[in-house]
Design a protein around this ligand. Structure first.
Ligand SMILES: N[C@@H](CCC(=O)N[C@@H](CS)C(=O)NCC(=O)O)C(=O)O
Length: 217
């Protein structure tokens, strides 16, 4: 199995965590990335395998698959143990929905913070108001998450892709200056549980080190 991976790609990070949780061996191919040029030029294999020219791309048994959500679904179908989705159809759908919401609803606000705080300002200037608005939207999402976690340790009936996808976005928001409010106790306790998972802890450590090197360069 091969994974085309980006060092700061949150979408790839979800897949790396799932592969580690399922204890699957794979070859990791790190595509080029820099703060100035981002992913350009795209890795030629990624151009060939993904019409969107994005990572992650997973190659397994002759199948080349792009989009992190679809990759997680494939991994669950092909390598069901240990499970990262509940068996109950309604709970399973709820977790899949949350995993997708992390990408589609949370990530755009995280992306605003990335653009404002990490990449060089665009030619038309940086707008601090955008970052404040994104942090506010994330605040509302943290509150929703806190409500969803009331009385439960995990988003579903056990740790799984909903926790991984949501945590990855929340962790990036935290690093970018929009942490969850401390009074959201369910989110705080859940965060501690998720980051105690060895694959998650390893990702946080590697990403923090890469970020520090990038910002020092
Ligand atoms: N919906 C896709 C998004 C993937 C994505 O946005 N990948 C970014 C890195 S985080 C990328 O490869 N960007 C390269 C580019 O657009 O040039 C997924 O879930 O995999």
């Amino acid at each position: 199995m091969k994974l085309y991976s980006g060092p700061l790609s949150l979408f790839t990070q979800k897949v790396r965590i799932a592969l580690a949780e399922k204890q699957l061996a794979y070859e990791r191919i790190e595509v080029g990335w820099s703060r100035a040029d981002r992913y350009l030029p795209h890795h030629p294999d990624v151009v060939a395998l993904n019409p969107k020219c994005q990572v992650p791309v997973l190659v397994d048994r002759g199948l080349a698959l792009y989009d992190s959500t679809l990759i997680l679904e494939y991994l669950e179908d092909r390598y069901p143990e240990p499970p990262l989705l509940p068996k109950d159809p309604a709970l399973r759908a709820r977790c899949r929905q949350q995993e997708a919401a992390a990408d589609e609803i949370w990530f755009p606000h995280v992306w605003t913070l990335i653009e404002e705080r990490f990449y060089p300002p665009p030619a038309d200037g940086s707008d601090a108001g955008r970052a404040a608005q994104a942090a506010g939207e994330l605040g509302a999402l943290y509150t929703e998450l806190d409500d969803a976690l009331e009385g439960r340790d995990w988003y579903g009936d056990a740790y799984g892709v909903a926790d991984i996808g949501t945590f990855v976005m929340a962790q990036a928001a935290r690093v970018l200056g929009a942490p969850p409010p401390a009074e959201l106790r369910n989110v705080s306790a859940w965060t501690e549980r998720v980051q105690a998972r060895p694959p998650v802890a390893a990702e946080i450590e590697a990403t923090t080190a890469f970020l520090a090197r990038t910002l020092a360069a």
